[in-house]
Ligand binder design. Structure first.
Ligand code: GAL
Length: 345
């Protein structure tokens, strides 16, 4: 296990952004202090050929100026959408940024994806990694409470990237943190993910309105395009879904011991499993990728990457029937997600 630290770039305000490359003898991934962004995930295919299976850019400048798709980033304070960019908590109305129609997406215009996260290398029994810290002040983005956040990215000997999220507040506040990595197991820039075979351990998903806000209904996946309980190609029924593909929150068991998602790319043989303790996962099929120039001048078109964003339910601050996303000074936030890489013959 090894971690290499180097300078990735300098922010417009002069702050230096470090990159950390964490490797074992089979795979590696890299992260930077801007947005706590995962900038690469390099894993072998069945012949041992290594490719970077995450979408992104080559330079800090690109991440600062044109990462409006949130490649690899931590999103928050509340990942996903909050309807009307407002919510009521303890009889007070809180107003957020309307950065997605009338709604707030991924924390608003000053999301955690655009912020500096102090990184620190550490080793634990579980593996080697980097801890990122950030203090989100009371009122930042419109949210109540000073929030101290610590996010660990760990690589294990079993080719797992483990993400541990912890946050403490001094006032009641909604919190929903996730990582927004786009994967393409054939290698980033190598075409569509429609041929990837997906299993999702989810028998229900949240239906949404045309602005992708949950309408409050949680419905069965049985006999429809949302049923991935038996593995099927992502592309099989994707064209039947309005809005250009999948962009929905699926209900999970929240049991970290159980595989919540498994994705297989038949040509390369690469397989990724996902485990989480979160109640939901936003399965997003890269519907808004439209010819973006990414790493090594590669083009990312619609469906050239997918995200499995583990999280609380979207718009939970306004939906009392959804699992509570409110943390308090007595009840801190914690979440865990694991992405595990292997190959299948
Ligand atoms: C996803 C979201 C999509 C889109 C994307 C960024 O998390 O579900 O609707 O906004 O981020 O382009």
């Amino acid at each position: 296990m090894n971690v290499k630290q180097s300078v990735f770039g300098t922010l417009p305000d002069g702050k230096i952004v470090n990159q950390f490359i964490i490797s074992n003898d089979k795979m590696s991934f890299s992260v930077i202090e801007y947005g706590a962004i995962i900038t690469s995930i390099c894993v072998p295919d069945r012949k041992g050929k290594i490719s970077d299976v995450s979408l992104g850019f080559d330079t800090l400048e690109d991440y600062v100026t044109r990462n409006d798709k949130y490649f690899g980033a931590i999103v928050g304070r509340f990942a996903n959408r909050i309807k009307g960019a407002s919510f009521i908590l303890n009889n007070r109305t809180y107003q957020l940024d309307k950065n997605d129609n009338d709604n707030c997406l991924h924390g608003g215009k000053n999301g955690y994806d655009k912020m500096f996260w102090q990184g620190q290398i550490f080793k634990s029994a579980a593996g080697t990694g980097v801890k990122f810290f950030r203090k989100s002040e009371n009122g930042e983005q419109g949210f109540p409470g000073n929030l101290s956040i610590e996010i660990e990215y760990i690589l294990t000997e079993n080719n797992e990237i483990v993400m541990n999220y912890n946050a403490k507040t001094d006032k009641d506040t909604p919190v929903n943190l996730t990582n927004h990595t786009y994967f393409n197991l054939a290698g980033n820039g190598n075409g569509s993910i429609r041929n990837h075979v997906l299993f999702l351990d989810s028998d229900k998903y949240l239906t949404v309105d045309k602005f992708l806000i949950p309408d409050g209904n949680i419905v069965s996946v049985t006999n429809n395009a949302f049923d991935f309980t038996s593995a099927k190609e992502i592309g099989k029924e994707i064209d039947s879904i309005s809005g250009g593909g999948y962009d929905h929150c699926f209900v999970l068991s929240g049991n970290i011991e159980k595989c919540a998602a498994r994705v297989y790319e038949p040509k390369s043989g690469r397989l990724m499993e996902m485990y989480t303790d979160q109640p939901g996962v936003q399965f997003y099929s890269g519907n808004f990728l439209g010819g973006i120039k990414g790493k090594n001048n590669k083009k990312y078109n619609i469906h050239d990457g997918f995200c499995l964003e583990t999280q609380q339910f979207p718009d939970a601050p306004n939906k009392s029937a959804f699992p509570s996303c409110i943390i308090t000074s007595q009840k801190p936030y914690s979440a865990k997600t694991i992405y595990k890489f292997s190959v299948k013959a």
